[in-house]
Design a binder for this molecule. Structure first.
Ligand code: NAD
Length: 264
């Protein structure tokens, strides 16, 4: 039976590959993006998120079964905080009442392996406290300082969104409503976001050294799409609160073998 999937960031990369695959499987897809989408919206602003949700609910005729949040920026700017964190959380809050009516509601968000890389604790905490003004101000101060701290912004947004999922997943509006909420944590995916960084063989080699992926190297967006589709499919009845790293082994390199060391 056909289900209705809402995909943010559907105009490019992982979101586009996921939309294409779902459509080929006969599913209904409502794409949201700042260009080339069913719903044109700017998820970096509070009004943009409200408008996006309103229009999406209208087009769906009040029937949404899954949200796949892929819209994102990798720029070392304050706007990245607004899109990658609040553009997900605030948008989902608006969609939740409609999603809850589905018999098989599901949510998945694209986090990143950046979630386990160096970040700004202050910035992560401001996002997790749901304080957009404070988080944007902290990010802007990192940019203004021009001391390299702005490079922590992207990783901070991904740490915060992976934490938000764990903060939310057991709440009645998710768990008791039967809604699994998870993230995927890709390493390097060959999309427009990354293509500009690997134009030459030297740049490609440099990025591969920075983010080693012993199992099969860099990925195509379709590889991540398959996991997003599984996590939002009816078969996912019990996976929740997780960031599933899809990374050719990079997370294993960073966190080591004994991730159970937190409780000896
Ligand atoms: P992409 O740049 O190809 O696609 C991102 C999409 O988000 C674009 O279509 C863009 O227009 C949209 N977007 C950006 N700002 C927006 C806004 N304000 N409102 C609405 N839409 C907006 O990038 P991608 O590689 O497909 O990335 C998708 C997600 O996966 C991102 O969240 C990214 O951080 C994450 N990710 C990517 C990689 C990678 O290596 N490509 C790795 C880990 C995680």
């Amino acid at each position: 039976m056909s289900r209705t999937y809402v995909i943010t960031g559907s105009a490019s990369g992982i979101g586009q590959a996921t939309a294409d695959k779902l459509k080929s499987l006969g599913q209904k897809v409502i794409g949201i993006d700042i260009h080339n989408a069913d719903v044109i919206a700017d998820l970096s602003t509070p009004q943009g998120r409200i408008d996006a949700a309103k229009k999406t609910i209208e087009i769906s005729k009040n029937s949404i079964d899954a949200v796949i949040a892929c819209a994102g920026l990798a720029h070392p700017t304050a706007k990245t905080v607004s899109v990658n964190y609040f553009g997900v959380t605030e948008f989902l809050n608006e969609i939740l009442p409609t999603l809850t009516k589905s018999k098989t509601p599901r949510v998945v968000i694209t986090s990143s392996v950046a979630s386990i890389m160096p970040n700004s604790t202050e910035l992560v905490d401001a996002m997790c406290a749901n304080d957009e003004a404070k988080a944007v101000a902290i990010a802007q101060s990192l940019v203004d300082a021009a001391a390299g701290g702005e490079q922590l912004i992207y990783a901070s947004t991904k740490r915060a969104i992976s934490r938000w999922i764990r903060q939310q997943c057991l709440k009645p509006q998710w768990a008791a409503a039967g809604i699994p909420i998870n993230a995927v944590g890709p390493a390097i995916v060959e999309t427009p976001m990354v293509d500009q960084l690997i134009k030459t063989p030297e740049e490609r080699e440099g990025l591969a050294k920075l983010v080693p992926m012993p199992l099969n190297g860099f990925m195509e967006p379709e590889t991540v799409a398959a996991l997003l589709i599984w996590l939002t499919g009816i078969q996912n009845t019990h996976v929740t609160g997780q960031t599933i790293y899809i990374d050719g082994g990079f997370e294993r390199i960073v966190r080591g073998e004994d991730i159970w060391a937190w409780k000896k």
